[in-house]
Design a binder for this molecule. Structure first.
Ligand SMILES: [Fe+2]
Length: 256
């Protein structure tokens, strides 16, 4: 859904979801870099078609095309993304691949993020604003910016929180704290990380897991963290975050 000065669509409320159900069904990918030539995802139309075939074989029916949106690096406009989606969708129809493409993008949380609020590209048909939190960002800034997003009526959907070192569960924080306590005085940042996750939950953020995290795609530490987040029912959505066919094959291959 695109909100701009000319066309404001009615914002739908995202229905409550059960993350375990999403894990089982795997029919919608909420985070994918399938659009060719927009960011560091699929480089060619052929790559994008290969990815779509893999999704279809795995039982998926809908893919959110969430290209990166990073100031100075990836700055495709909403019109570019809509156009790329339409062209790829037409190719899927031609190739007889029954996958529905939906638009969105993966926003990068930085000091420029609130500028994009003037014309946000939400996950189509929802009021979800997919956003990635860089690990080096100041925690107070993360809180302030995401609070401002909610004040505009959007729901931040935090991309792969298990990959963000600023976000920790309370018990993980305690374990980490014990480790640090043995070396030095109390690590104050642990409290901040635990409190950030709680704060984001309190203001209504939702959380998207990367499927590959559960398979150890990003290493053992992230795998364990993803499992703990799932156990604590943090997640509301799941995505592949796939960037090319080889990447996607590895993500889809192991059973959950
Ligand atoms: Fe991504």
């Amino acid at each position: 859904m695109i909100a701009d000065g000319a066309t404001y669509m009615t914002l739908s409320t995202v229905p409550p979801v059960n993350s375990r159900l999403l894990f089982r069904e795997r029919v919608t990918d909420y985070h994918c870099h399938i659009l060719p030539g927009i960011d560091d995802g699929a480089e060619t139309l052929e790559s994008a078609l290969s990815m779509a075939r893999l999704f279809h074989e795995a039982g998926y029916r809908e893919i959110y095309c969430t290209s990166h949106q990073i100031r100075g690096k990836f700055e495709a406009s909403a019109a570019d993304i809509l156009d790329a989606r339409s062209r790829l969708q037409a190719e899927l129809v031609r190739a007889n691949i029954p996958i529905r493409l939906l638009v969105g993008c993966e926003h990068y949380l930085d000091e420029f993020l609130l500028d994009t609020m003037k014309q946000p590209l939400l996950l189509e048909g929802t009021n979800l604003f997919l956003v990635e939190i860089p690990a080096f960002m100041a925690i107070e800034l993360v809180k302030e910016i995401l609070f401002q997003v909610t004040c505009r009526g959007y729901v931040p959907l935090i991309a792969h929180p298990e990959r963000c070192s600023l976000l920790e569960l309370a018990d993980q924080g305690e374990k980490k704290s014990k480790f640090w306590d043995s070396w030095t005085t109390r690590n104050a940042s642990v409290d901040n990380e635990v409190s950030l996750l709680r704060y984001l939950q309190d203001i209504g953020c939702q959380f998207q897991a990367n499927l590959g995290s559960f398979h150890g795609f990003y290493g053992k530490f992230i795998q364990n963290k993803a499992k703990s987040f799932e156990k604590a029912s943090i997640y509301t959505h799941i995505g592949t975050d796939a960037h090319n066919p080889d990447h996607l094959k590895q993500i889809l291959k192991p059973p959950i």
